[in-house]
Ligand binder design. Structure first.
Ligand code: IMP
Ligand code: MG
Length: 170
């Protein structure tokens, strides 16, 4: 399939640094737990935590939705839960891309039921066009309206994750 460059690696790097700086300021003295949502988040997560200048702890969650490759079906289940205790902790949930918001809202509910002290969301890409469920993104990398994106961890049917830039699939 054809691809068109949308966000080059230099622009990603610059924006990730800015997000990391803001998180470092907001969580000074708090040692937040950063929870990445697998698999799409891997590169963003790895780059972000290394730019954050305060101590953090990390863990991962994995969710699966039944649906086609380009659309989530609305039925979400966790295939991997957090392993670190998050009760009373300041948590930052880190996601690659928020589309309908279904995945994120499911995960937010799950984490809040564990008694987190606070919970904020950091997403590399916000695609507000198809938002179904209201989720407030506290740290947003890029707001994008058009197209299906691949690269920098984002996949289409498990392909293209390895691309260093973010592209639109044609
Ligand atoms: P949501 O539940 O509809 O918000 O979908 C979120 C998940 O769908 C993301 O974590 C991605 O895995 C996937 N997704 C949504 N839009 C895209 C896209 O443009 N490219 C790649 N994956 C996407
Ligand atoms: Mg994802």
């Amino acid at each position: 399939m054809e691809r068109e460059l949308l966000i080059p690696r230099e622009a990603i790097k610059k924006r990730v640094k800015e997000l990391a700086r803001q998180i470092s300021i907001d969580y000074e003295g708090k040692e937040p737990v950063l929870i990445g949502i697998l698999n799409g988040v891997i590169f963003f997560f790895a780059d972000l935590i290394r730019e954050i200048s305060i101590p953090t702890r990390i863990d991962f969650i994995r969710a699966a939705s039944y649906g086609s490759e380009m659309e989530s079906s609305g039925s979400i289940r966790l295939t991997k839960d957090v392993e670190m205790p998050v009760q009373g902790k300041s948590v930052v949930l880190v996601e690659d891309i928020v589309d309908t918001g279904l995945t994120l809202s499911h995960i937010v509910k799950n984490l809040q039921s564990k008694g987190t002290e606070s919970l904020r969301i950091c997403a590399l890409i916000d695609k507000p066009e198809r938002r179904n469920i209201d989720v407030s993104i506290d740290y947003c990398g890029f707001k994008i309206n058009e197209g299906f994106l691949v690269g920098y961890g984002l996949d289409y049917d498990e392909k293209y994750r390895y691309l260093p830039d973010i592209c639109i699939l044609k």
